[in-house]
Design a protein around this ligand. Structure first.
Ligand code: DHB
Ligand code: FE
Length: 282
């Protein structure tokens, strides 16, 4: 087995924080809406403090921990693991197409553009693992193929590490921007990722351990599927029967998002998955 430099929580957290801050997001929240949400949020804290009679030592530890989360750059990790699944759920209730899931902290736009039949950029070490072939069609809700739809795919390697968030990996390892053919079809060759352990050496990991929880996500592929005037799909695909499917620390699995690849005569794991896009909401 090869020894690798273990990416630290501070390293991946800082990279995720820097990338996020670069985008400068805004939202059109009215003062009334902000006030209502903030009032209920603080009322929730108040009720918790009263119910559990939170002590001063506990309050000070919380304060120190929140400072550590920020200084370690771990807000993207922490929020995407424990909060994003509900944001995704409320924002996709009215949609009929392929189910979404959380984006997570490791999406990077601008991965190399690849044709409809392609292999993701990977190292020789990655290539040594059995190939995973994900193929299918991107369509609208009436099953019309969407030629030229864009599928961005990113995932961890066999050791659970994401390129650009682990210093030992090439920039675009296991990331690609795939353009479907004129019928909306695609066939992407990659490898099956391993289950992902959220970094245990930083404040998020310390908290999970202190609470007696586990830090694992099931093995997953991240996808973002886009087409003009369609609602973008941000989702993840998982592997049926895999570890942590029913106990994801990020609560982001759905039965509709399970793959069950079958071995072909060349020893590749092959699976079909179609993406159905709703009309754009805005
Ligand atoms: C985190 C990592 C992921 O790969 C993911 O899909 C969701 C969350 C995290 O470390 O926070
Ligand atoms: Fe992930």
């Amino acid at each position: 087995m090869t020894t690798i430099e273990n990416p630290t929580a501070a390293g991946s957290g800082t990279a995720a924080t820097d990338k996020f801050k670069g985008a400068k997001f805004t939202a059109e929240t009215t003062p009334e809406r902000l006030s209502a949400i903030a009032t209920e949020a603080f009322a929730g804290f108040s009720a918790l403090i009263q119910k559990h009679a939170i002590t001063y030592p506990e309050y000070r530890v919380l304060k120190q921990w929140l400072i550590d989360v920020g200084e370690g750059g771990e807000w993207p990790l922490l929020l995407d693991v424990f909060v994003e699944h509900d944001i995704e759920e409320v924002n996709s209730r009215q949609l009929e197409g392929t189910k979404g899931s959380i984006e997570g902290p490791y999406y990077v736009p601008g991965a190399p553009v690849l044709p409809a039949r392609c292999t993701l950029p990977m190292r020789d070490e990655d290539r040594a693992h059995p190939a995973l072939v994900l193929r299918g069609q991107v369509t609208d809700l009436r099953s019309n193929g969407l030629g030229g739809a864009v599928i961005e795919l990113w995932h961890a390697d066999d050791e659970g590490f994401y390129s650009q968030f682990a210093p030992h990996l090439p920039e675009w390892n296991l990331r690609g921007t795939v353009v479907t053919d004129s019928d909306g079809r695609y066939e992407i060759t990659t490898i099956q990722p391993a289950p992902y352990q959220i970094p245990t050496d930083g404040p998020t990991g310390q908290f999970i351990e202190a609470a007696g929880w586990h830090p694992w996500r099931p093995a997953h592929l991240h996808l973002r599927v886009t087409f003009p005037d369609k609602q973008p799909i941000i989702t993840q695909l998982y592997f049926a029967g895999g570890e942590w499917i029913d106990d994801d620390v990020a609560s982001a699995t759905k039965p509709e998002l399970l793959l069950d690849p079958q071995l072909d005569e060349q020893g590749r794991k092959v699976v079909d998955y179609d993406f159905k896009l709703d009309p754009a909401l805005y």
